[in-house]
Ligand binder design. Structure first.
Ligand SMILES: *Cc1c(COP(=O)(O)O)cnc(C)c1O
Length: 417
């Protein structure tokens, strides 16, 4: 490439594949998200999107008053604590919380859980009682109906997540009586990456109405209402984070109608986001290893594939990526973008527009890769090292790190004889 950029310099110094996370962009994303929300609305950052402790720390904010942490494992809990979160900032979610995990989390001081079923609630309660405490629980609700925004009311799908909303009325007495727990509120997370602002708002309004209905069925006041997320950002493709200029007023109107005391914090409102907060701060730098033509088709082979970016490819979430320079910035060619792994599945884009003239040694940059990068990838497949991760603020490099995998052996009995 002709002009040297900060990316070239970073790639030369630290090697590729290399994720670069720009903290200025991270701050901007958090700032924007908060600006679209009603005053006082809490934001839970879903560590699933990227558990890098420096990103989690930055999202928590210098005064600790930024995002809280939404976690789903003891590994994510460790990352949240390492990033400076107090255990009481943390919401522990997930459909398969084991007694061992619950015991560890409660032992470390976590007191807020999302309960995905009566059994899950009982497990949380048992772990809390074992340690002489009581856990605040949000009942996760699987809505029987989808948003009416499209004018279509659909039946909710069966899933492992949440308690079917139509069963709450019958279950209420048992849910409210689980020793070691108090029902602190509701958790509804019905969509990721909403198509547009109307879809996001429609889902939230539906959720608020349903939450008010469930509050009446339960007969206890909600303290915390987590209405989920769906905030959207491109994934491995060019483009901008979505904007939600109409969201705040719509939420306020719906809350005024259904929860007249919400402005006094009864209940407190919360949303969740992973990708929106971290997606556009990340750029994946990769090097071209080879360019080859097979039966008339061109393959650009990178040193980064589904082991680096694309654990989600198996469920059809990411392809195709796009690379810088953007296709409209200079001549393009149609080619497939392959990774280095010995599997035909290691394709980041099939027959996509790529910059023309790519040659071995060239650097490519895949934008919007701050979410669902390394930890959502097939990191160990084929034994390549994990990608580097550089945290920068403008031109300043704050840290460079890499995840290491280590096999540890347990002691087993000596073979006899
Ligand atoms: C995955 C997940 C999130 C984050 O989703 P994004 O689309 O990255 O914002 C938030 N909450 C829950 C419960 C999730 O499972």
């Amino acid at each position: 490439m002709s002009t040297d950029t900060p990316f070239d310099e970073l790639a030369r110094t630290h090697g590729t594949p290399l994720y670069v996370y720009d903290m200025d962009r991270l701050d901007a994303a958090r700032h924007d998200l908060v600006s679209w929300l009603p005053d006082g609305c809490e934001v839970f950052y879903a560590l699933k999107a990227n558990p890098h402790p420096e990103l989690v720390r930055a999202l928590r904010g210098p005064d600790g008053r930024g995002c809280r942490a939404e976690i789903s494992s003891t590994g994510e809990l460790a990352a949240a604590l390492e990033a400076g979160h107090a255990p009481e900032d943390v919401l522990y979610t997930g459909p398969g919380k084991t007694p061992g995990e619950l015991c560890e989390a409660i032992g470390l001081g976590v007191r807020l859980f999302s309960a995905e079923s009566l059994t899950d609630l009982e497990h949380i309660g048992a772990a809390a009682r074992d340690q002489g405490t009581v856990a605040d629980c949000l009942l996760r609700i699987n809505s029987a109906t989808a948003s009416a925004a499209s004018g279509v009311r659909m039946t909710g799908k069966p899933t492992q997540f949440g308690i079917d909303s139509e069963t709450i009325e019958d279950l209420a007495p048992r849910l409210l009586a689980v020793p070691g727990t108090t029902i602190a509120g509701l958790h509804l997370f019905s969509q990721s990456n909403a198509a547009d602002e109307a879809a996001l708002i429609g889902e939230f309004l539906h959720t608020i109405e349903l939450a008010a209905h469930i509050e009446r069925q339960l007969g206890v006041p909600l303290r915390l209402l987590d209405i989920g997320g769906g905030f959207s950002v491109p994934y491995g493709q060019h483009g901008e984070r979505a904007a939600y200029p109409g969201l705040r007023a719509e939420l306020e109107t719906a809350l005024d109608a259904h929860f007249p005391r919400w402005r006094e914090g009864a209940p407190r409102l919360a949303v969740e986001s992973g990708r929106y907060l971290v997606g556009d701060c990340g750029t994946l730098l990769a090097s071209v290893s080879n360019v080859k033509v097979s039966r008339g088709r061109t393959f650009v082979v990178l040193d980064a594939g589904i082991n680096t970016f694309g654990g989600m490819s198996g469920i059809g979430r990411i392809l195709p990526v796009s690379v810088r320079p953007a296709p409209d910035e200079r001549d393009t060619q149609r080619a497939s973008l392959a990774g280095p792994l010995c599997t035909p599945g290691d394709i980041l884009g099939r027959e996509i527009e790529l910059p023309a003239g790519l040659a071995p040694g060239d650097l490519v940059a895949i934008p919007n890769t701050g979410a669902y990068g390394p930890t959502a990838s097939l990191l160990m497949f084929l034994g390549r090292p994990a990608p580097g991760e550089a945290v920068v603020r403008g031109a300043e490099v704050l840290s460079v790190s890499r995840i290491e995998h280590v096999r540890t052996y347990r002691k087993v009995a000596e073979p006899s004889g």
